[in-house]
Design a binder for this molecule. Structure first.
Ligand SMILES: [Zn+2]
Length: 425
């Protein structure tokens, strides 16, 4: 991003928003100002930043404590309950758990809007029974989920605590949320419920704190996942020879899918990730299945690769049925995952505000794409970003995951400024 272009856009965008956090600043200063620098000039905000630095030890303790409560897919209740209690202890209002299991708590603003949702996800990819104890070696924390997304959960609590300690007031109310079902087959069920029911029509801006480092995700990579099953009568490999064969049909489909051409930009991908089926070596199978994943940040490219894959499946079915005289194969397609693509443009005030506060703290600016809770608001046209929670992580989604907490308070500080900046008019 060109610096000049970014500044011009910030100028115009914040002028449109009529932002005013530093009450003593005149309108001329506001229009030309930059939200990051202006927040740093505000004594209350500075007090909150100092509180973050002071509190970081406690924030890291929270990160470890929450992470040692298992939160397997679809079984986040125990960790959600701990998060709910933390919200209550920090004085949030209307603390509650919605029908999907999301934890919500409110911090009122001085006026009605804009309404910011500031969140992290509760769930992990690790199955029940995984040893989730965290080992500490100096600044290094080691344990499954310690970065993704126990870091995000701890940062959310750190932001609430610092705002409380310094008495920060924002024009817009902030609803803090711990979401369920962000990972894998959870399929964003928590954030989907949030936008389709719990807070439907009431969210103006959305932030997810997810993972480690400094990234700013403003492009949502969409995905679709199918489980496809070919079915036939099945029979003896010798006695029933000449019967349609689901495994042969599956092979035809996989072969055709393997030859599909996709654009390099926008990056669009497909993968047959698992196959299965069959009865025995001397049986014509009655069933064969595969699981397919496809992704793109561009909705039309995602639709296009999906259409090609469906066509490959249709043709494989027709070819196998035409090849043999006996029996008829059918195919069953089950959509097992759908994450819509979307984006908050780089020029959008929300992205510019996050960039501005990141620069003000002299942290690296890295605009990224990814698949996160922000996919849902982005697909609905609601300004959203996912920010990293600071520190350095490795091995996300593996049992050997680590989080290096050196200077991690800077991540909490950035998140704090993002929350304050996006709760301005
Ligand atoms: Zn995550």
């Amino acid at each position: 991003m060109g610096v000049g272009r970014g500044q011009n856009v910030t100028w115009a965008a914040w002028a449109v928003l009529g932002l005013a956090i530093v009450v003593e600043a005149g309108p001329a200063q506001e229009a030309g100002g930059d939200i990051g620098a202006r927040l740093l000039a505000d004594p209350t905000v500075r007090a909150a930043l100092a509180a973050v630095e002071r509190n970081e030890r406690q924030i890291l303790d929270e990160q470890v404590r929450l992470c040692e409560i298992p939160a397997p897919p679809f079984k986040e209740q125990a960790r959600a309950e701990a998060f709910r209690r933390a919200f209550e202890a920090l004085g949030l209002e209307n603390v509650r758990v919605d029908a999907e299991g999301n934890v919500l708590g409110e911090r009122p603003g001085t006026s009605r809007g804009p309404h910011l949702v500031f969140s992290a996800h509760l769930d992990t990819v690790f199955p029940e029974g995984t040893d989730v104890r965290v080992r500490r070696e100096g600044t290094l924390l080691r344990g499954p989920g310690i970065g993704d997304d126990c870091r995000g959960l701890a940062v959310v609590l750190g932001v609430i605590r610092a705002m409380r300690d310094a008495g920060v007031q924002t024009p817009g109310p902030i609803t803090f949320v711990g979401t369920v079902g962000e990972e894998g087959l959870g399929d964003l069920r928590g954030v989907k419920r949030l936008f389709n029911e719990t807070l439907k029509g009431r969210v103006d801006r959305f932030v997810s704190v997810d993972g480690t480092g400094w990234g700013i995700t403003h492009i949502a990579v969409g995905s679709r996942r199918y489980r496809v099953t070919f079915k036939g009568p099945g029979g003896h490999s010798y006695g029933a020879f000449g019967l349609v064969n689901p495994i042969h049909a599956l092979g035809r489909a996989v072969g055709a899918i393997a030859d599909i051409e996709v654009p390099a930009s926008p990056k669009t991908t497909f993968n047959v990730g698992r196959i299965g089926g069959g009865t025995s070596v001397n049986s014509i199978a009655f069933e064969a299945w595969m699981e397919i994943d496809m992704r793109s940040a561009d909705p039309s490219a995602l639709r296009a690769v999906d259409a090609r894959i469906q066509q490959a499946i249709d043709r494989a079915l027709a070819a196998e049925n035409a090849r043999w005289r006996k029996g008829t194969l059918t195919v069953d397609r089950q959509l097992v995952g759908e994450r819509p693509a979307g984006r908050t443009p780089e020029e959008a005030p929300v992205v510019q505000a996050v960039v501005s506060v990141t620069r003000a703290l002299r942290l690296p600016v890295s605009l990224d794409e990814g698949s996160t809770d922000s996919n849902i608001p982005m697909s609905l046209g609601i300004p959203a970003v996912t920010i990293d929670g600071g520190g350095r992580g490795s091995g996300a989604h593996s049992l050997g995951e680590t989080f290096d907490a050196t200077d991690s308070w800077k991540g909490t500080q950035r998140a704090l400024l993002v929350a304050i900046a996006l709760a301005q008019k």
